[in-house]
Each structure stands twice: as C-alpha cells, then as structure tokens.
Write a protein that binds this ligand. Structure first.
Ligand SMILES: NC(=O)c1ccc[n+]([C@@H]2O[C@H](COP(=O)([O-])OP(=O)(O)OC[C@H]3O[C@@H](n4cnc5c(N)ncnc54)[C@H](OP(=O)(O)O)[C@@H]3O)[C@@H](O)[C@H]2O)c1
Length: 205
C-alpha cells in the first residue's frame, strides 16, 4: 500500500521502517524538507519525503503520529482525505491535547473529509513497534473505529509490522477507551517502574 507518515519521530519512524521492510511504499510528509526528525528513514526501501498535502494525496493510508495538541492543526493541513484511511496513533497525556476534545481521533474526524479514522498503534511504546517480539512470541494490538473495511486494512498493517493480532474493540465510541488503555501502558511503564519493555497479549481458552 501507499502510506503517508505524518510525524516521523519515534512512532512514525518505527512504523515507517517496519512497513517499508514489509514491502509498502512510504511517503514521509514533513513540514521542513531540510530539517525533520527521522531523516535516516530515507535509507529504507521505497521511502521518499515531500510536504504534507502532497504526501496525503499520494497515499491510500495516512498515519498521524504527531503530538496530540496539534491534532486539529495537522488535520486541517492534510487537504482532501475523502476515501482515504487515517490511522490515529496519538495520545492525550496529562490533558495535553486538542482544545475541547477528549480524543485526538474525534478531533481528526471533525476536521477532515474522510469518515475512515481508525485509532491504533497508540496502546504500546514505539520500542514495541520496532520489535514486538518477546521471547519468540509477538504481542497484540487493539484498534477502534466505525469503518469495518478500514479496520481490516489496519489489522493487516499491524500484522505487517510484526504484531501477532490486532483486536477490534469497537467503533468511534471506543476512541476514549483506546486513549485510556494507552495510559494504562504508560502508567505501568513510566510511573510504576516496569519500564518500556512490556507489552500486552490476549490469552484465550
Ligand atoms: N513514544 C511512544 O512510545 C508513543 C507510543 C504510542 C503513541 N505515541 C503518541 O504518538 C505521537 C508521536 O509520539 P513520538 O514519540 O513519535 O513523538 P516525536 O518522536 O516527538 O515525533 C513527533 C513528530 O511530530 C512532528 N510534528 C510535531 N509538531 C508538528 C506540527 N505542528 N506539524 C507537523 N508535524 C509536527 C515532528 O516533526 P519535526 O521533525 O518537524 O519536528 C516529529 O516528526 C504522540 O501523540 C504520542 O502520544 C507515542
């Protein structure tokens, strides 16, 4: 698939690398072509850089991995996204988010033309996106959004990034639960001393 990466830092960089290695075409959408985080990503296969609206127009799927407070600004800068899938990986941490919103995904929905916004890749650390395997077993991801068709594509992208499964936890009404689940990971990793090398896996019987 053709994937635009908006926000080429820890999360955007990890997923850009995994997806490029899996054979996807990666277009980094950056605000300053001369000076942006993740310049080394251009050494990955089939990876180019351009301005944000051009990257979006060239892509079928758009990953947004910028700080949450600029979610509205970013959404407005994308141009026409009708028919495209947007993956929102952002988290509002310590109430630092877009004004008037409890989730970044809703802020994106309200300021773009697509209806296909899926919240995913926000519930674990970027270190787990670089390497989701623990002692030979890959951890899981979770996602929420109203579009089943978009979720089936996002699930495949999670598998392409090396995760074992990406569970559908519901529609747009579960965006907030995804933010809370991310904070659960952050709380354990950062505030309760478990460190970043932890991940979630759903066990069944
Ligand atoms: N770090 C994690 O483990 C983790 C895990 C899950 C989710 N998240 C969430 O993912 C998001 C990104 O986190 P990160 O750690 O990857 O951040 P990061 O490494 O600081 O990267 C942020 C990226 O956003 C870009 N950016 C910032 N402001 C922008 C603007 N106004 N317009 C366009 N681009 C802008 C930066 O571009 P420049 O290069 O131009 O500065 C940079 O590429 C956050 O919302 C975070 O909560 C993080």
């Amino acid at each position: 698939m053709k994937i635009a990466i908006i926000g080429t830092g820890n999360v955007g960089g990890a997923l850009a690398t995994r997806w490029a290695q899996a054979g996807h075409t990666i277009i980094l959408g950056v605000r300053d072509l001369q000076n942006f985080k993740g310049k080394e990503l251009l050494a990955n296969p089939d990876t180019t850089t351009t301005d944000i609206p051009t990257a979006v127009q060239a892509a079928e799927v758009i990953l947004i991995a910028t700080p949450a407070p600029v979610a509205v600004e970013i959404a407005k800068s994308l141009g026409n996204t009708a028919g495209k899938i947007i993956i929102d990986s952002m988290n509002i941490v310590m109430k630092r988010g877009p004004e008037g919103y409890s989730t970044t995904a809703q802020a994106i929905l309200d300021h773009t033309t697509t209806k296909e916004v899926i919240k995913c890749f926000n519930t674990t650390g970027y270190n787990n996106m670089m390497n989701p395997v623990y002692h030979g077993t890959a951890i899981d991801l979770f996602m929420a959004g109203d579009s089943d068709q978009a979720k089936s594509i996002v699930r495949q992208l999670a598998l392409d990034a090396g995760f074992a499964e990406c569970y559908d936890i519901g529609g747009n009404d579960k965006f907030e639960l995804m933010e809370q689940f991310a904070f659960f990971w952050i709380n354990l990793a950062m505030f309760k001393g478990q460190g970043r090398e932890i991940g979630f896996k759903l066990l069944k019987r």
